[in-house]
Design a protein around this ligand. Structure first.
Ligand code: ZN
Length: 135
């Protein structure tokens, strides 16, 4: 069901500084930024091999990213696993007793369909499953 690690989501408190680090200091390819209003985040993308690094900055104190940083500080926020059909994947996971944050797909950056598995069902890891229409 899972194809690959689609991206790593990294929570940052200063997106401009983090972009500078990943692009200029580390030399990763920079593919631009996008605001996802629904999740109250601004994201920056760095394609890297089969996967990518996604930096996430809160755009609102209410953002899940703001809350995460408040509790745990900046760092790896989630791992995203690619699937062909996120609705089907949700159904399969629910059928296996996996707790889902999203039981219906929602729209993430780049128009991807995404859903989050509840970290109570994983060893404390927030796992996103994601389906992209562009491939
Ligand atoms: Zn993500």
């Amino acid at each position: 069901m899972f194809k690959k690690i689609d991206h790593l989501g990294i929570a940052v408190d200063d997106l401009a500084a983090a972009v500078e680090l990943f692009r200029d200091t580390l030399g990763l390819e920079y593919a631009g930024e996008e605001t996802v209003a629904d999740q109250k985040v601004r994201t920056a993308f760095f394609p890297l091999g089969e996967s990518s690094v996604e930096l996430l900055e809160a755009t609102d104190p209410d953002s899940p990213i703001a809350k995460y940083i408040e509790k745990k500080g900046p760092g790896i926020h989630h791992i995203a696993l690619r699937v062909d059909d996120v609705a089907k994947a949700i159904e399969v996971l629910l059928g296996k007793g996996v707790r889902m944050i999203d039981t219906v797909p929602r729209v993430g950056a780049h128009g991807a369909k995404i859903a989050f598995i509840h970290p109570k069902s994983t060893p404390g890891i927030l796992v996103e499953i994601c389906q992209r229409g562009d491939e």
